[in-house]
Design a protein around this ligand. Structure first.
Ligand code: 4UW
Length: 544
């Protein structure tokens, strides 16, 4: 009943004393050839301004920034908050924190002060990176940690601008971590709703991230029949999310590919950028695919010639959208991938699917990764064709949830199996298909929302007696959060009032988008919200 990866095992570095940054730059081919045209190759390029960081400059910049952090007193194990939109400096900040021995916790840059306060308290953040506007505002708030402002453009003075007034200018571009960093040390704490409850910090180690870079990014590139350093990737995916982080702030930099960074996705702009920079690879989430096909058709009959591959994941992709894409772009490979925060994005990827025509599958298990499909009723591991919960095991599996041993043992069992909360099935060729999600998580445009986080906010409204949240399918966003609210007697709280109350306290993507007033929330005898029943209630409530 155990599925192993059909790919040959990949040898992962055995040295216990190894950090992600040293791993990345020891593999980056441009580092081997200093002062050649190869080392001036562009690593990161800002799509709007054309500002860029070359491979020659990247590692020294990471080392200087790590040295600046060290001078500020950041030490092994300290937690640093990255409250950053996509920019060419996101990877610099991320890798520098890791190289200083500290741990990154990334967060949506639109997070509210309440959410940031919670994060700081939960993982003991000591220091933050934010956009200039955010950093200024947060310095005056009572958060109690210093924030560095990361400029978005000026490549020459990045360090000086960022650390202005905090440290002397003399930073060390040959900095090495003074205290050794081990593969088993924490590198990132990324929040996820897991299978149930409020969002919690998944602790990912340097070893987890090295495994992800090898098994997800570098392995895939090894199957191409063209050199990965000639590839140009367009990044519209947020690097604060595991999918964008592993690809754009780590894996692709080890391959020497060029990454064109877009701060915010806009379909027309993306099409222009693809044409302008000869983009070859475009990793996306499902809500982007439909508009891309629609707009691209209008722009140029058989355009986007440079494009070789579009890869899609983080949420389900509809069959009709896939067909539409294939008809419009017969020259482009469309693959799906599957992974999760708790597996450091390691999971499955489609390979050569144009040839195999299995576009609705999320692909084959990554190397060194095993899976079981567990019958939801009797717990038996099922053969191909059987539908049940996916359990995965491999070197990407997180260390555990921060300060949460109980939820950790519920999620990763003593044999190392990670319960994904996804309902899936394998076919006879080892291709995985995702059917449903049994966990509570809502995915809005590919972003996670934990219903329990919104319930905690709803219940603070004085007119709300009880509340529950679940997801409803939505044609553009995939899913939207819907709140079920029991009002206090005599209250005339409106749908708009509920939506506003939540919106004031959460990042915009988490906003409640529909409200159903009800007499009571269905609960089990143990007090657990019966979410399936909520979904049934929704079917009988007319959409306004
Ligand atoms: N189809 C249906 C999918 C799919 C999916 C994920 O926010 P997280 O924790 O993490 C992610 C990671 C996405 C990802 C990782 C590596 C990769 O190669 C890739 O390729 C495109 C994508 O989203 O959410 C994890 C949850 O998101 C759902 C599923 O419920 C999973 O447990 N999910 N990918 N292709 N659903």
């Amino acid at each position: 009943g155990i599925y192993s990866s059909p790919h040959a095992a990949v040898a992962l570095p055995a040295d216990p004393l190894l950090d992600l940054v040293s791993f990345i730059f020891s593999h980056c081919r441009h580092n081997d050839a200093p002062n050649t045209s190869s080392s001036s190759a562009v690593a990161l390029l800002d799509s709007a301004s054309g500002h860029s960081i070359s491979y020659q400059d990247l590692f020294p910049l990471v080392k200087s920034t790590a040295s600046a952090l060290h001078k500020l007193g950041i030490r092994n194990g300290d937690v640093v908050l990255l409250l950053l939109p996509n920019s060419i400096y996101f990877p610099v900040a991320f890798l520098a924190v890791l190289y200083s021995g500290a741990v990154v916790t990334p967060m949506n840059p639109l997070a509210t002060v309440v959410e940031i306060e919670k994060r700081i308290a939960d993982c003991g953040v000591r220091f933050g990176f934010a956009s200039p506007e955010r950093a200024t505002a947060l310095r005056d708030s009572p958060l109690g940690i210093p924030f560095v402002a990361v400029p978005e453009l000026s490549s020459d003075s990045f360090l000086f601008d960022a650390f202005r007034g905090m440290i002397a200018r003399d930073v060390d571009s040959d900095f090495t971590p003074p205290a050794g960093i081990r593969q088993q040390d924490a590198a990132a704490i990324i929040y996820s709703s897991g299978t149930t409850g409020a969002s919690k910090g998944a602790v990912l180690t340097h070893g987890n991230l090295i495994a992800a870079v090898e098994l997800f990014v570098r392995f895939e590139a090894s199957t191409y029949d063209f050199p990965p350093w000639e590839n140009v990737y367009l990044d519209v995916l947020p690097m604060f999310h595991i999918y964008g982080l592993v690809l754009f702030a780590a894996g692709l930099l080890s391959l020497g590919s060029t990454i064109v960074v877009m701060k915010k996705f806009d379909v027309d702009e993306a099409i222009k950028v693809i044409e302008r920079h000869g983009v070859t690879h475009f990793p996306i989430v499902p809500p982007i695919l439909g508009p891309l096909v629609e707009r691209a058709k209008g722009v140029c009959e058989n355009g986007l010639k440079s494009l070789k591959q579009v890869s899609c994941g983080a949420a389900p992709l509809s069959g009709s959208t896939i067909q539409h894409f294939l008809n419009t772009f017969p020259h482009v490979d469309l693959i799906q991938g599957y992974g999760m925060t708790e597996s450091t994005a390691v999971g499955t990827r489609g390979f050569n699917t144009q040839r195999f025509q299995k576009h609705s599958s999320v692909g084959l298990l990554a190397p060194n990764t095993e899976a079981k499909v567990v019958d939801c009723i009797n717990g038996h591991a099922l053969p191909p064709g059987g539908i049940g919960e996916l359990w995965m095991r491999g070197p990407g599996t997180m260390k555990g949830y921060l300060n949460n041993p109980e939820t950790t043992t519920e999620t990763v069992d003593k044999d190392g199996w990670l319960r994904t909360g996804d309902i899936v099935c394998f076919d006879n060729d080892g291709y995985l298909y995702i059917f449903d999600r049994m966990k509570e998580m809502i995915k809005y445009n590919g972003f996670q929302i934990a219903p329990a986080d919104l319930e905690a906010v709803l219940i603070t409204h004085p007119d709300v007696l009880d509340a529950a949240v679940t997801g409803a399918t939505h044609k553009d966003a995939g899913e939207i959060p819907v709140a079920f609210v029991v009002r206090r007697q005599g209250s005339n709280l409106s749908e708009e009032g509920v939506i506003k109350h939540v919106a004031a306290q959460v990042a915009p993507y988490k906003k409640v988008r529909r409200v159903v007033f009800t007499e009571g929330i269905p609960r089990s005898p143990a007090g657990k919200i019966l979410r399936r029943q909520l979904r049934n209630m929704m079917m009988f409530t007319p959409t306004p």
